[in-house]
Design a protein around this ligand. Structure first.
Ligand SMILES: Cc1cc2nc3c(=O)[nH]c(=O)nc-3n(C[C@H](O)[C@H](O)[C@H](O)COP(=O)(O)OP(=O)(O)OC[C@H]3O[C@@H](n4cnc5c(N)ncnc54)[C@H](O)[C@@H]3O)c2cc1C
Length: 421
């Protein structure tokens, strides 16, 4: 095991890496000015697929540089390409990184934020060795193959089958809403392996090759115009048994590992972004000024309410993140954090709609007006992904307020006897 640098020494090391490989951001004390810079407000990447390919190549090059400088997986085990440093080192990296311009690396979000931690927790060692280093180096990208047309909030109702055939499994069925499946190299899939067991008990997780015969990815078009998500069809995909995650029929706990990491990644994004993708409050303040509403007490009050909501959410997220970083199991905080993030985004959208009026829906070419449409139309997706508002409220009701559990979840009958969606 190599010697561990102090946080101070590590910060110097990271700073030298960034000085050699990235450009420092301009002094961000420059105040936001209405009409200057980009006014793109999209919540999801909506570039065409050729541009996306080029962006992915740039992102991969950046991750490779980072990994080759031993900065690709700061807290991960050395055996699988990590550096085994602490969360304080990770935070130090983030703090230096925030001062430099780096390529968009969102393509790795699901793979590194959710799939890799699940592989680390549930795969055999040789599978970890095979996939974790190239994932953290950016050579391969991971996707999450959970949701199906009849199984989203009720994930345990999924019907994609995996049937054992000697040392292999044969997968047949359909997943939907798979973010980034069109550029993913591997996927984490949960399948039904025993319909005679109750719904949460007959599931098994696998790592699959997205380029193998028997996998077909079809794009889904969003109302904002882009196609960031996909349907994925499986027709006799063969997966070796050693690519199983966890025990046969133990897939529910594998799925929970991923879902916990999903909520943590969304929470981390919310805490870091602070204002849920709009940067900071200046954009809203300047919008009020520009349209001459800055002295209006009603608009001012509304702006203060939106701003306060984000501040409360930011500190609540931070509390949940700190709990995870301190090695404690996160409780329902992450559900609360995700819910308040999207509720605040909705409040921003309503505020912008009031200020902009018809300019939000009619493209006059005016800077900072019609562009908000992408933000407004992206919010429903944010409210559904990673746990819908209603499901998060249910969790808060049951786990925080101690309300009676929702009736009707059959945990004892064989899955094959249940009514299907
Ligand atoms: C932007 C985006 C990205 C996504 N990326 C991925 C991905 O990469 N991989 C993946 O596997 N999936 C992904 N998903 C799918 C996502 O996980 C599901 O959409 C989500 O779990 C909801 O499931 P559903 O769409 O089937 O809706 P349903 O579960 O059918 O819900 C429909 C409505 O019923 C409500 N509802 C459901 N159950 C209850 C209940 N018990 N109490 C009260 N109300 C309830 C919901 O709140 C919702 O309003 C993504 C979705 C979006 C929008």
């Amino acid at each position: 095991m190599s010697e561990k640098p102090t946080v101070e020494a590590f910060t110097e090391e990271v700073t030298s890496f960034f000085e050699a490989n990235a450009e420092r951001k301009a002094d961000d004390s420059t105040p936001f000015r209405w009409g200057q810079g980009a006014d793109d407000m999209s919540l999801f990447d909506e570039v065409d697929r050729d541009v996306e390919k080029r962006n992915i190549a740039v992102a991969k090059e950046w991750r490779a540089k980072r990994y080759d400088a031993r900065l690709g997986w700061i807290t991960g085990p050395e055996q699988f390409g990590g550096r085994e440093l602490t969360q304080a080192h990770e935070r130090a990296y983030g703090s230096v990184e925030s001062k430099y311009r780096i390529p968009n690396t969102s393509f790795f979000g699901i793979g590194l934020g959710m799939v890799a931690p699940t592989i680390l927790a549930h795969a055999q060692d040789h599978v970890k060795e095979r996939y974790l280093p190239p994932m953290y180096r950016g050579d391969i990208i991971g996707a999450q193959l959970f949701s199906e047309p009849g199984a989203g909030s009720d994930l345990a109702g999924l019907q994609t089958r995996a049937e054992r055939d000697g040392e292999e499994w044969i997968i047949t069925g359909q997943k939907v809403w798979t973010s980034g499946a069109h550029y993913a190299d591997i996927g984490e899939i949960v399948c039904r392996t025993d319909p005679d067991l109750p719904k949460h008990k007959g599931l098994t997780g696998f790592v699959i090759d997205m380029h193998a015969p028997g996998v077909e990815v079809r794009p889904l078009r969003q109302m904002t115009g882009g196609a960031s998500f996909n349907e994925v069809f499986f027709d006799g995909l063969r997966v070796p048994d050693d690519h199983r995650l966890g025990e046969v029929n133990g897939g529910w706990s594998v799925a929970l590992t991923t879902l916990l990491n999903e909520r943590a990644s969304i929470g981390a994004g919310g805490a870091a972004g602070g204002m849920g993708g709009i940067g900071n409050a200046s954009r809203l303040i300047e919008m009020l000024r520009h349209f001459g509403h800055d002295a209006d007490p009603i608009y001012r009050q509304e702006l203060a309410r939106v701003y306060a909501g984000f501040q409360v959410a930011k500190w609540n997220n931070q509390r949940a993140m700190d709990k995870i970083k301190a090695g404690q199991a996160p409780g329902p905080e992450l559900s609360g954090a995700k819910l308040s993030l999207t509720q605040n985004m909705q409040a921003v959208a309503e505020f912008a709609a009031k200020v902009l009026g018809p300019k939000l829906v009619a493209d006059t070419g005016e800077w900072g007006t019609f562009a908000w449409g992408k933000f407004v139309c992206g919010i429903p997706g944010m409210r559904v992904a990673g746990g819908t508002d209603e499901v998060l409220r249910k969790i808060i009701g049951e786990q925080v307020l101690g309300l009676p559990k929702e009736p009707g979840i059959d945990t004892t009958s064989p899955f094959k006897d249940l009514l299907k969606n």
